[in-house]
Design a binder for this molecule. Sequence first.
Ligand SMILES: Nc1nc2c(c(=O)[nH]1)N[C@H]1C(S)=C(S)[C@@H](COP(=O)(O)O)O[C@H]1N2
Ligand SMILES: [Mo]
Length: 373
Amino acid sequence: MQVHSAILAPFGKDRLTILGDTPLVAETPESLLDDETTPVARFFIRNNGLLPEPAGDPDAWRFTIDGEVEQALDLTLAELKSRFPVKTYRMVLECGGNGRSFLEPTADGNPWTNGGAGCAEWTGVSLRDVLQAAGLKRTALFTGHFGADPDKNGSFEKQAMSRGVPIAKALEEHTMLVWAMNGVPLPFIHGGPLRLIVPGWPGSLSQKWLKRIWIRDREHDGPGMTGLSYRVPVHPIAPGADVSNVELRVLESMPVRSIITAPAHEARFQAGTRRITVRGAAWAGDDAVSRVDCTIDGGSTWLPAEMTPPRNRYDWVRWSATLALPGDGYYEIVARATDAQGRAQPFRAANWNPNGYGCNVMHRVAVRVGEGA
Ligand SMILES: Nc1nc2c(c(=O)[nH]1)N[C@H]1C(S)=C(S)[C@@H](COP(=O)(O)O)O[C@H]1N2
Ligand SMILES: [Mo]
């Protein structure tokens, strides 16, 4: 606890759980994701390299768009703010490995539970507007994202991470260049002064400390784009199977997920408690959440939750349900979200893959009512 607070206190995030200190990676326990909008103090951190030098004057931060464009752009943050329509959307940012720790056998990578996600208000401009100002050539097929951070050895020769998206995703209105989070200047640890937000897809696409977007005539090939990175089997494989001869695809939209944010795991209630209100959040990558259901009896019976409509596309849904308990005892509350295409969360970790992406098994919280339980 002391070590944790020493590392995280400078960022005001001392209640997060550290998964790694160099690079710094920290997740948010589900019960701390109980706010409608995730406060900066509770927002997860994922770095693949070391931190860059903080910017002096944020408005003087420069970044470029080049490659397959009619006219390369070299803009300051001040120019970006004044030249394009400014918008704010509340959107989920989720690490591609969120839920990884539930896979068996263990997959390589940070052992996220469900806390590699948060939902913040992002203010900035649509990347689309800036790309239109640069003018896309017919050969513009893919983006490549570059940040100012060195890799985990401190070297600037390669990027810590440099991923990209097909141009159609880059042209969605909600794919944004952002400089503010929850109404304050984008904090340094979240990529300030300037980052990308590519909602619905793995968080690794949302480049922090953004310096350059290279428009390419082919799929980008930076660190995080090759080999097993962000790739999953096209057809399901046995857990732990060798993938060297298996056809893989790049993980794009994240799968549907719900989390129970109250009560907390292992909460205790007074004897005689017969109603418990459960609260949570749900989201579904590119898709919408169609319903959330809860059970306290291992799935024998399900109770539909009430959902608050999302503010905009890619916002999460906040939901609640009041569960009736038949008596004192031990209960496991399980929540299950379903997306608009009818795909629900699996009851156990499915779609095993070597790097453990997209594990969206249902979230389970144990509670005890009364002394004997
Ligand atoms: N420049 C840069 N951008 C980056 C990363 C990084 O290591 N360097 N990590 C990515 C990953 S894997 C995730 S999940 C998100 C996490 O964003 P956060 O730290 O603001 O929560 O940032 C992405 N953007
Ligand atoms: Mo990530």
